[in-house]
Design a protein around this ligand. Structure first.
Ligand SMILES: *[C@@H]1O[C@H](CO)[C@@H](O)[C@H](O)[C@H]1NC(C)=O
Length: 225
């Protein structure tokens, strides 16, 4: 029936619109709401500490992003400063990260469910890209040099790769959430605990089950949070 199918389409559209409206952090209703990490009250984000007890240190984190990092198996290390490191970020919808890349290292394909990311290269060169959602799954990519800036829209799968075999690279990224979240695609799909059934993954990836078993047997180290 035409009316019931158009109702379903309308309901689906409304669900999509409301999902988009809540996918980024809600805007603050006061100057700040420094997280009270000790409160037993559960809210979206954290309860506010008494504003009279707030001081500059609630908005501060001593020298953490100046040091080169040890890189992991895929050749990167993400140092994220979110609300867990700076309580004053609570309700402000922003965070920052330093990303170190070994020569030929990468920050593997991942998404941030709650944040758009804007990244600038401090040292070296990065080949970066993201893929648009279904149906198109269009791949947009770019080679970035020192000082260049690139944006990864909220929720989309993206990566950065250091193509230089001799030199490391460093980037700083700002993210539009106090807690952007990260889903590293390979880790989530092949390294989940407990594992997703290899029957499911073999069909989904159109490969033999032993290919899935091989992938699931790898050590999937999560590089960011
Ligand atoms: C990132 O670097 C820090 C400092 O060098 C190190 O303690 C940490 O283990 C590294 N993380 C990964 C995932 O390699």
């Amino acid at each position: 029936m035409a009316s019931s199918s158009s109702f379903i389409i309308l309901a689906a559209l409304l669900a999509l619109v409301s999902w988009q409206a809540t996918a980024s952090d809600p805007s603050p209703l006061q100057d700040f709401c420094v997280a009270d990490m000790h409160s037993p009250v559960r809210v979206n984000g954290f309860v506010c500490k008494n504003p009279m007890e707030v001081n500059a240190d609630d908005f501060f984190k001593a020298a953490t992003l100046d040091k080169p990092r040890v890189t992991n198996k895929v050749g990167s290390n993400v140092t994220l400063i979110n609300v867990m490191q700076i309580a004053g970020l609570n309700t402000l919808g922003i965070s920052i990260a330093r990303i170190d890349y070994a020569p030929l290292g990468q920050n593997p394909p991942h998404t941030h469910p709650r944040a758009t990311e804007i990244l600038t290269v401090l040292e070296g060169t990065l080949y970066v890209g993201f893929v648009t959602s279904n149906q198109e799954n269009r791949f947009l990519s770019k080679m970035l040099n020192k000082g260049d800036v690139f944006v990864f829209p909220v929720g989309l799968i993206h990566f950065q790769f250091n193509p230089n075999p001799y030199k490391p690279a460093v980037a700083i990224a700002a993210l539009s959430s106090q807690n952007p979240g990260a889903i590293t695609i390979a880790n989530a799909v092949f390294g989940s605990k407990p594992p997703i059934s290899d029957d499911v993954l073999a069909k989904a990836f159109q490969v033999e089950k032993n290919t899935i078993d091989y992938l699931q047997a790898q050590f999937w180290e999560n590089n960011h949070y």
